[in-house]
Design a binder for this molecule. Sequence first.
Ligand code: HEM
Length: 206
Amino acid sequence: MENKLYLYPGLIRIWHILNALLIILLIISGLSMQYSDPMNPFMRFDLAVSLHNISGIILVFNYLLFILANTISKNGRHYRIQLNGLINRLMVQFRYYTFGIFKAEDAPFPVTKKMKFNPIQQVTYFMTMYIFMPLIFLTGLPMLFSGALIRQLLSENAYFVTDILHITVGFFLSLFLIIHVYFCTIGAKPYSNFKSIVTGYHEGKH
Ligand code: HEM
């Protein structure tokens, strides 16, 4: 018997697809600017800069859509972390990911309408969306709009520090993306979760 739960509201699905595409473009253009051989770049430098800037600006507006979606729908409650007993819940989920899952044990926190994220998902999604995303904007936007101002008001070093912070947060977001996509393959079938984030319906195992 198929067991379907409507878990991803329309606005969240629109935000997510745009977010994924923009972040992929940002990673490709960012890596090209940082690591390409200038004589033989992966992407022409000026094109990479424009693509990075435009995608970054659209990402900020798209992020506002995420905040709006989580404010006007009930989706936001999935991001409210209950601190009481959190470490214990994280350990239980960690044990499942490292042992239980390979012994075909049942998930300790099955997906329900009330709790669609397991504790590890909840903490990583919270950190990504409410800490790392704001940090990437807070370091990227000043470099885009007031690089000269940062240099004048603070110092050349301040620009350098902002840049390093931006690259570091970008690194963690890229890492998140790889781990996120890998963990999304853990579902009823390896492609089930990918289908869910497009259709909105989660497919259970039964
Ligand atoms: C190729 C790129 C991506 C793919 C294929 C992908 C896939 C998925 C899938 C299948 C889900 C639903 C399963 C679940 O809730 O865990 C999901 C949810 C989610 N993804 Fe992604 N993702 C991608 C990129 C990203 C990026 C770049 C971010 C953030 C920077 C992100 C953040 C999230 C969040 C926060 C949710 C939960 C949304 C909610 O229900 O409130 N994803 N993703």
